[in-house]
Design a binder for this molecule. Structure first.
Ligand SMILES: [Fe+2]
Ligand SMILES: [Fe+2]
Length: 235
């Protein structure tokens, strides 16, 4: 028996409880990572999306049992497991997808840039985003995640580094949003070749995976790390 989806709950909470709901919110263009604190009701109102349609789609999704790998409750699992999961899943994905996508974006700009000048803008935003994401992943793996592990041994957390990550997440979200807008939500023009179409589906997949990735960091990992730090400092 499914629980009904409560529109008063935040988008982040709904996805924390069941990861696959993120894909449904994604389809409706609702931002559950950087904008995850909004309630479902407010998010639908602000984006002029039909709340009953979203609730129905979420409840349909909930009726399907999730795959075993997706049932880890990241609100309770050890933080080190969550960080290992983020690195092993989302960082590995980015390290594979970003160079492959860069090649496609470059090729499409060269071949179709004359007829579709917007591709040059996509290329500029994507190339910058790729560099920023690569630096960001290194910062997480080399500085912030090890600091969260050390915090469990009593070493204080560098709050400024965590705030920097949140700012960078916002910038990444804005760049992805810009690419979505320029590509008309990744819709291929009639004359698009297979590489053009592969580039668009790759960019759509990048956006979807990044939303799950940033959601786990912004809405689960960082708040939990801050809470654990406060507790270990006796505040
Ligand atoms: Fe990350
Ligand atoms: Fe991140």
């Amino acid at each position: 028996m499914n629980a009904t989806v409560d529109p008063a709950r935040s988008l982040a909470d709904l996805v924390i409880e069941r990861e696959s709901r993120g894909d449904i919110l994604e389809k409706f263009g609702l931002d559950f990572c950087c904008g995850g604190r909004k309630s479902l009701r407010d998010a639908c109102r602000d984006s002029k999306t039909s709340l009953p349609d979203v609730v129905r789609a979420l409840e349909r999704n909930d009726a399907t049992p999730p795959p075993a790998a997706a049932v880890v409750d990241w609100r309770k699992a050890p933080l080190r497991d969550l960080m290992d999961h983020i690195v092993g899943t989302h960082h590995v994905y980015l390290r594979h997808a970003l160079p492959a996508l860069q090649m496609k974006v470059d090729k499409v700009a060269q071949v179709h840039g004359e007829r579709h000048s917007e591709i040059w803008e996509v290329r500029e935003i994507f190339s910058k985003l790729k560099m920023e994401l690569e630096t960001h992943l290194a910062k997480e793996e080399d500085i912030v995640f090890p600091a969260i592990r050390r915090m469990e041994a009593g070493v204080p957390l560098p709050e400024s580094a965590m705030c920097e990550l949140e700012d960078e997440h916002k910038k990444v979200g804005d760049s992805l949003h810009a690419i979505r807008r320029i590509t008309n939500s990744y819709r291929a023009p009639a004359d698009a070749c297979p590489t053009y179409r592969a580039m668009l589906s790759g960019l759509a997949a990048l956006e979807a995976d990044t939303h799950h990735h940033v959601h786990k960091e912004n809405n689960v990992l960082l708040p939990r790390a801050r809470g654990a730090a406060r507790k270990s400092a006796g505040r």
